[in-house]
Write a protein that binds this ligand. Structure first.
Ligand code: NAP
Length: 485
């Protein structure tokens, strides 16, 4: 395959695959998809922990142009989502475009040739006109800086790197972290482990998960013309309605909080445990989690929730802030991902030798999360401030993919070699964005989350309804770009 593809896509998760499908449909066939792993799938390849499933209904967490009436549940498990992605790759004939085992280590823009040089870890180099980064925000595991962590003698792994060779049945297991991943695997571990100790730093708000199996009859009905589309549309609007509290005023989250409180009260009778599980920040400030089996798991015999900070890890134990030492055989870190710094650590060099770290010295930002000044023809999917607290990010990806294609069309129409967003357009867009975000739940809800960078600035979420993003990214505003001939 050519090392001079017209377009280079990095990553083969929902973003990379969605981009590739739409490129082909638009008549662009000269592209490669560079994937660091030996297989496709991104998040849904990497996260194989027990209980891994989507917490957005599958009929919405999928491509709008590739509806799947066959989802087995409202919230399908990881393996089924991964199968769906493989199905898309097969149906749209993407296989010849993949290059596996190609970890992109550097992107450098050649000012004279108006091209990007893409270096991969195995020493290969590609030259390309445009780069689409579909690397996602949640793929670099974050391990806690706890003294002694490396001294632990037993098996210890992160939820995104689950070691399936380790049998945790009958073992004394510790889980550190109680986020979106942990609430899914803790119930499974609680069934197997001899003793399970869950170390919680901050309790999450948890609501009931409206999950159920879709019977074969229901699936037959969903195969009827228009049925899966109608279901998707109704899910979209139900989820979008949840955005009111996120996008307008945090006080509108009250009802959400009532739902979560009742869920806790119904599932946890012990007042002491309930108190430990009751958050002290406004719901929505961190991701709202959905689970029907997390709280019951914590009430099982042999399961303990510890809310004292972990201060040290020793060869066979974990010490908390009270000085108590808990002996454990294995540790599972459900401690999330390095989010805002993941993009920042990339070796990306744009026009006139501009490093991405210099461009982003005051924080990561882009124009609609897609383009960033000084880096012509470099497009981010799920880039800065395009994450969501209330709906499916696949919807955001599709908007971004359409925008990228519109940019490519603008290039062809204007016979330009490259386009570069004007710094003033990016500045004005981000100033307005931050002004909106400042008043919203992620900053005002009284919590500290990965949505905020080290300066407390929200670099991850979109502050509005998703249809606003869709409408605003439907057409490229040529005036916002410098066209380079
Ligand atoms: P997460 O939600 O960021 O949770 C990380 C957990 O680890 C939090 O409870 C955090 O506590 C704790 N933690 C982090 N560092 C710690 C430390 N040094 N000491 C003690 N505790 C520590 O991570 P995640 O559960 O892996 O999920 C990440 C994101 O992935 C989610 O927000 C979601 O967007 C996505 N996700 C989605 C699904 C899905 O179904 N679609 C499933 C799983 C994950 P604090 O709260 O105090 O920071």
């Amino acid at each position: 395959m050519s090392t001079r593809p017209g377009i280079t896509i990095i990553g083969s998760g929902f973003a990379g695959i969605g981009m590739a499908i739409k490129l082909k449909e638009a008549g662009y066939h000269d592209f490669v998809i560079l994937e660091k792993a030996p297989d496709l799938g991104g998040t849904w390849r990497d996260n194989t922990y027990p209980g891994c499933a989507c917490d957005v209904p599958s009929h919405m967490y999928s491509f709008s142009f590739e509806l799947n009436p066959g989802w087995s549940r409202m919230f399908s498990p990881q393996s089924e989502i991964w199968d769906y992605m493989r199905g898309c790759v097969a149906k749209y004939g993407l296989a010849p475009h993949f290059r596996f085992g190609k970890e992109v280590t550097a992107l450098e823009y050649d000012d004279a040739a108006h091209e990007w040089r893409v270096a991969t870890g195995d020493g290969e180099a590609f030259t390309t006109n445009a780069v689409v980064s579909g690397i996602g925000a949640l793929h670099v595991p974050s391990l806690p800086q706890i003294p002694g962590r490396e001294r632990f003698r037993g098996p210890a792994f992160h939820s995104a790197e689950w070691d399936h060779s380790v049998d945790l049945a009958g073992k004394r297991v510790a889980v550190i972290g109680t986020g979106a991943s942990a609430v899914q695997f803790v119930p499974r571990l609680a069934e197997q482990a001899a003793r399970l100790t869950v170390f919680q730093r901050t309790p999450p708000w948890i609501q009931p998960k409206p999950d159920f199996e879709l019977s074969s009859r229901a699936r037959r009905v969903l195969s009827l013309p228009g049925a899966a589309r109608a279901l998707r549309n109704s899910i979209y609007w139900v989820l979008e309605a949840r955005a009111l509290g996120f996008t307008i005023d945090p006080r509108l989250m009250k009802l959400q909080e009532v739902v979560a409180r009742r869920h806790l009260e119904r599932q946890v009778a012990d007042p002491e445990l309930r108190a430990k599980l009751t958050p002290d920040y406004t719901i929505g400030c961190k991701r709202i989690l959905l689970s029907n089996d997390y709280y019951p798991a914590l009430t099982r015999d042999g399961v303990e929730l510890v809310t004292d900070a972990v201060t040290e890890i020793r060869e066979n134990s974990i010490v908390d802030a009270t000085g108590r030492e808990t002996e454990v055989d294995a540790i599972v870190y459900g401690t999330g991902f390095k989010v805002t710094d993941a993009l920042n650590e990339q070796r990306i060099i744009g026009r006139n030798g501009l490093k991405i770290q210099e461009a982003w010295q005051n924080g990561i930002e882009a124009y609609y999360g897609i383009t960033t000044a000084g880096f012509p023809n470099l497009f981010f999917l799920l880039g800065p401030n395009t994450g969501l607290g209330h709906n499916s990010v696949v919807f955001m990806i599709e908007s971004q993919v359409r925008y990228v294609i519109d940019c490519l069309r603008l290039l062809s129409k204007s016979r330009a070699r490259a386009l570069d967003v004007r710094p003033e357009a990016q500045r004005a867009y981000n100033d307005r964005l931050q002004e909106r975000l400042n008043a919203l739940i992620w900053s005002e809800g009284g919590c500290r989350s990965w949505y905020l960078d080290e300066h407390g600035v929200n670099r991850t979420t979109w502050p509005g309804f998703t249809f606003e993003y869709w409408a605003r990214t439907r057409k490229v505003q040529p005036g916002a770009y410098e066209l380079i001939h």
